[in-house]
Design a protein around this ligand. Sequence first.
Ligand code: MSP
Length: 514
Amino acid sequence: MQSKFYITTPIYYVNDLPHIGHAYTTIAADVLARYKRMAGYTVFFLTGTDEHGLKVEQAARDVGETPLQLANRVVKRFQTLWNELNISHDDFIRTTEPRHAETVCRFFQKIEANGDIYIGSYEDWYCVPCESFWTEMQLENGTCPDCHRPVEKVREESYFFRLSRYQEPLLAYYRENPEFIQPASRYNEIVNFVRQGLRDLSISRTSFSWGIPVPGTSHHIFYVWFDALLNYISALDYSTGGERFTTLWPADVHIIGKDIVRFHAVYWPAFLMSAGLPLPRKVFAHGWWTIEGKKMSKSLGNVVDPLYLSRQYGVDALRYFLLREVPFGLDGDYSHNAIIGRINSDLANDLGNLLSRTIGMLHKYHGGTLKETSTGGGRETMLRQHIAKVVKDVDAALEELAFHRALFSIWEYIGMVNKYIDESAPWILVKDRTKEHELATVLAHCVVALRKIAVLIAPFMPNSAQTMWQALAGEGSIFEQKMQDVVLWDSMPQGTRIEKIPALFPRIQNDGGV
Ligand code: MSP
């Protein structure tokens, strides 16, 4: 049986339009999903939208729409964006779908039956933009410790989840599964947080109505985070005990941003423990992007639209930049100069140039057709052997979600192939009739190396990889190739045609604008 790999992104709030932060998480998840498919896993990749809660209700009121009208409008923006960014999700969950509400109610009944729910009175400080509750002590100068905006005092009847009961089981779980929360800095943060003690969690609201009603009550709706976290199982048809749930749960990795670790690494596992379900294998929190050195915010007017970037620079260049520029897990800065720098050096110079000089020479010297070759000498052996190391390094890096390291290692190989051409000097070989065989060998080695590179970059840059693959006489979709086979050096039959193609990554003039 094939191994399964279940990967998720957070579900995005519909009160905001998609921005580069959303694109970042989703592209990272897409790369991993594509890679795992090519490595032979049965992958299930889930994304979606978080459509309930006070923030959405307020945003809809501000624009004179019902919350559902707002959600229906904004969800299209996300779906269009994922389409343009070549996101290969297997399902898209909206929390306003019946399958989701059914799961939330069923799950609630299950943990209620296990004795983890009671009615109490709830008084706290609430930050509307973050949908977060804070104790008096957690406030910073009377404001939300996350976003430093004003908070409101709220008091209402509420259903509570006995989170306090799970302090010890959670700590034991973290101890036994140090890989559960990554990177390690987030792990330490969460362990310290839980060690300080857990209060029971209020999971219902009565002060507004945009949410899923708590079964058996007339005026309670579920707190948006209780509702939202359950998307990870409602998309698997938890409520009907479907096959998806049995075969796919637990998730292999939840990819999230650093601001929502507590919800995923404390509340979510506690809910699951209460329901007697297995816990996700890994929660990986990436860092945040600033824009030209500044925090991205509507008020600063510097929110970066990923659709604009993808149209401006190309979808693959954007995907490459986001994952190459900053180690996943750390914060990074987006700037016009940085993306153009990466495109011109890594994409146009290193990879684009390697492809165009190989195809160019093949056409100039051998009319675009491969001739009879041999295994060559030491340089060729090195090229053939080193690919095994690249495949191993890429696999190890992606296992740790170190996307930048995987790309670094592929680019090291691209550098080696460029150097191989310089050292073999086909432009000199072509002048000597006795070296024709040697010349054919060099050109064929470049072609095969480029085919390997195309397969390795396919999860990161799907369109460019497919274009390269076709030009280099690859058959069918490159996504049918198996990562494990990259180590096998293809023998390219004599007479194989290699097609000329326009520059894969044209250089971009830096006019200094944004
Ligand atoms: N709806 C919740 C998630 C529920 S998951 C059960 C939510 N939505 S969100 O739309 O506000 O944010 C989604 C993701 O975008 C978060 O992981 C967050 O970290 C990420 N980002 C928001 N701004 C970002 C940057 N400036 N940079 C990188 N990622 C950022 O939270």
